[in-house]
Design a protein around this ligand. Structure first.
Ligand SMILES: *Cc1c(COP(=O)(O)O)cnc(C)c1O
Length: 363
């Protein structure tokens, strides 16, 4: 926590607005809007997964539709496609940003159109805080008139060519789960370009109540709104977001400065003009064997590290769905490792991690 969260939480208790309506929610949404700029509208919800689910409903994704989704991601990017009764089609990454390959995206779109299955939406991901090739992806999305949902959950504060990630396409998604760069314990924001979509998102996330003195429903709703207590935590966290980003970027610099001399380890570079929050510092090693050696050396000393995301097209639950892949994300999964990256790592923590990594015999 940053320090002033308690004050905002106390205000919710004192005013007795402890549920899904209250000043903290409005102010937290305003704080996010101000941070992102660009005239966007934020709707505070109770998880990133829920926000993606609402986004798909706003885009009228329904039973039988196909949705294109980055394969190299956490399962929560793809699960809401299934919640809607739609079918995911997975797209591989390119090796410069580790995110969605524009080439494979266009190949997939052409294939699906030829099969009379024009995709209803594209879900892109800013994995590990890195922006994807938004110019190329957006050009393709516009050419075929398919809306884009930006899963910006891991990249709050990152920028693509001086524009805040999350504001580059139709709908953006943030999460404030415990493992993200700022947290409300659990929560999210859905970012839209107009107030009509925001109002519809609030409607859907508060049980879809029609205007009537009694309870009247003409559509299916969800219980997805953020509580005023958690929004209070969010208000406090917004004050320290830039500090958290700075700490994460310092972790990255430390690892890079001290490990880039080893030819068997490489780091993801940010394209010129862009900015990464470096949510996680990830390395790519030159073999699965070396990756495992480093991971196990760290584990031996009680330090957790983790292989990069296992792509969705390799997951038991998703492996039978159509995918357009070229081995890029599979290689990253086999050879890549997330290093300890908390905002509160001390210099001695980092030195401890480093000394263990550099002890790995075959480095
Ligand atoms: C964490 C995460 C989500 C889900 O967010 P929750 O708030 O935990 O539901 C979605 N996408 C990505 C890429 C994530 O890392």
């Amino acid at each position: 926590m940053g320090g002033s969260e308690q004050k905002f939480v106390d205000a919710a208790f004192h005013t007795n607005w402890v549920s899904s309506v209250g000043a903290n929610i409005v102010d937290f949404e305003n704080d996010i809007q101000q941070y992102l700029g660009n005239n966007v509208y934020a709707t505070a919800l109770n998880s990133g997964t829920a926000a993606i689910h609402v986004a798909l409903q706003l885009l009228e994704v329904t039973k039988g539709d196909e949705v294109l989704c980055q394969s190299f991601t956490f399962s929560a990017s793809a699960n809401p496609i299934i919640y809607q009764g739609a079918t995911p089609v997975f797209i591989d990454s390119e090796s410069e940003t580790w995110n969605m390959s524009p080439d494979l995206l266009e190949i997939a779109i052409k294939d699906r159109i030829e099969n009379y299955k024009k995709p209803k939406a594209i879900i892109t991901v800013y994995l590990y805080g890195m922006s994807y090739k938004a110019k190329e992806i957006n050009a393709i999305a516009e050419k075929y008139e398919i809306p884009v949902v930006e899963d910006n959950v891991e990249a709050f504060g990152s920028r693509y060519l001086n524009q805040q990630c999350d504001t580059l396409s139709d709908i953006g998604i943030l999460s404030f789960n415990g493992n993200k760069i700022i947290t409300t314990s659990g929560g999210s924001a859905l970012i839209t370009k107009n107030n009509i979509l925001k109002e519809k998102a609030i409607f859907l996330s508060t049980q879809a109540r029609d205007k009537a003195p009694h309870y009247e429903h003409s559509s299916i709703g969800f219980n997805y709104r953020m509580s005023n207590i958690l929004a209070g935590i969010g208000r406090g966290q917004m004050e320290v977001l830039d500090k958290r980003i700075e700490a994460r970027r310092q972790n990255f610099s430390f690892y890079k400065d001290n490990l880039s001399q080893y030819k068997s380890i490489s780091f993801l570079e940010v394209p010129n003009g862009s900015f990464s929050n470096r949510w996680m510092t990830c390395i790519k090693t030159d073999s699965h064997k070396l990756r495992e050696q480093i991971r196990l050396e760290l584990l031996h000393d009680d330090i957790e590290s983790r292989p990069l995301w296992k792509p969705m097209h390799m997951q038991p639950i998703f492996k039978d769905f159509l995918h357009f892949t070229d081995g890029t994300s599979q290689t990253l999964f086999e050879k890549g490792l997330c290093l300890p990256s908390s905002s509160n790592l001390t210099e001695s923590d980092l030195n401890r991690v480093l000394s263990i990594i550099t002890k790995t015999p075959s480095l």
